[in-house]
Design a protein around this ligand. Sequence first.
Ligand code: IPM
Ligand code: MN
Length: 376
Amino acid sequence: MMPGEVGNPHVADGDASGGNDGSHRAYVVTHLPGDGVGPEVTDVARACVDAVAPRHGFGINWRPCDLGGRHYLATGEVLPDPVLAELRQSDAILLGAVGTPDVPPGVLERGLLLRLRFELDLYVNLRPSKLRPGVGGAVGKHAPSDLDFVIVRENTEGLYAGAGGTVHRGSEFETATEESLNTRAGVRRCVQYAARLAASRSGRLTLVHKTNVLTHAGDLWYRVARDVAAEAGLELSYAHVDAACLWMVDDPKRFDVIVTDNLFGDIISDLGAALTGGLGYAPSGNLNPDRTGPSIFEPVHGSAPDIAGKGLANPAGAVLSASLMLAHLGEDAAAAELDDAVSAVLAAGEPVGTGEWEKALLAHLGASWADGGTAS
Ligand code: IPM
Ligand code: MN
């Protein structure tokens, strides 16, 4: 189980066979490949999960689900209620990426991705940034041991909540507002998750915000974070978001667990990705730590239509997202195998292309290419 999490993962009875302890655990995972490179990279992630599952005594019942830009253009559907009801029945969701150039901005972002985050109460977006040997980060001068932090991004409130509007549209006095919603309960549960995660790592927790300018929301975040840290017996550090960007580049060892609001987390996690090899390597987990619904695991990158179908996509972010998913399901040893496999493959020299990646990963995971491969 992921260190910050509470509760027991739901384990369905099933026919997945044979761990050393004789247990049989089966999980229902919805595979939502999406658009562009999404299917390519999540197929590799699936193959890696299936390669390790039997020796850890569990199996995955993959349920394919077609949503995203192509599906929207073909059917007009973004997220029908019956599909959402189906998704709620899974133990986890593995998402590739959604988006095609011809779908207007906002349709899939608000209608699918954010709606899923809100409906499934995925209030934490977990985004690890870890520099692995063999990867050229944007800076390149840091030792891997100095760049290994996790961003805990609040995922259901802030400027993403959708509050605001437009009046006098089209006139010279057109006015548009976006309001940042910050509830004490919402901030508290997010910081509590981050505090549990920090306690399981170095014990260092940093709040990133902009309390000197956003004095209302910043003050709430600061007081809640200070209280939660004190209750957890942790020391809380604080950094303004602009300074945090500077330090992430210049002196990343200052950070271990960062907790921050939705938009700051969106922005600084792309910086974290750039520092650790690029978006292709960055995993994420949209978590419902209370387990009242399934969590969604997805690489941070988008659908990359320019390289889709060419076998060029880097599946590392998807495989590492699948690793986070296994940890969430309580399969810690299998999760570690996937994470280690990505590091080992990189350390041996980065493969060129999706197929080479898959081959190298499965070779490392001990599955034969002929048995386990999905790329042709
Ligand atoms: C991300 C993406 C999304 C976000 C978009 C696509 C809605 O940028 O997951 O980081 O802003 O959260
Ligand atoms: Mn983003």
